[in-house]
Design a protein around this ligand. Sequence first.
Ligand SMILES: [Zn+2]
Length: 167
Amino acid sequence: MQYLQCSKCGRTDLDPEHVKFFQSLSPNGPTPCFSTYGCQGDLVVVTTDRRPRPTTKAQVLDRYPCLVGHMISESLGYFTPEVAANALLAYIKKRAFSCEWYTHMGGMYKGVWPTDEKLLEVGKSVVERSFRNRHHHSGYMAHYPQAKALVDHVRAGGQGPIFASWF
Ligand SMILES: [Zn+2]
């Protein structure tokens, strides 16, 4: 497959239409990075036979919709689809994710703000538990079909819940 990647920040764009458009420009580039954080890098076409790891929340939702749904169930609806996707992206990028739930499990329940290392540990354990418990996500607050329907709604461009998945 071919995709676009920023030479500086590494962000990827997997949309084949965008690759085609980029290649139709003559000469190919330079085209500024689409990052909203003001990256000054340029896009280049990467050709590979492996799918790159997701680099954005939208890519995570597209690639791991079921796991994101199970993370919502595992959080008992605390996670919205977008926050769950962000938490999964942080896990993929080995970045600490400091939502209220993670910081609570990381030590805030005894009044200690967790270190990044601790937050990484918490994030890893949530992703692992979400996968391991996937056959047990049913019933009140953990109903997987409802979580997955919400994820699909957001993937289709619908507005996701703002505060938590069940309210
Ligand atoms: Zn960039």
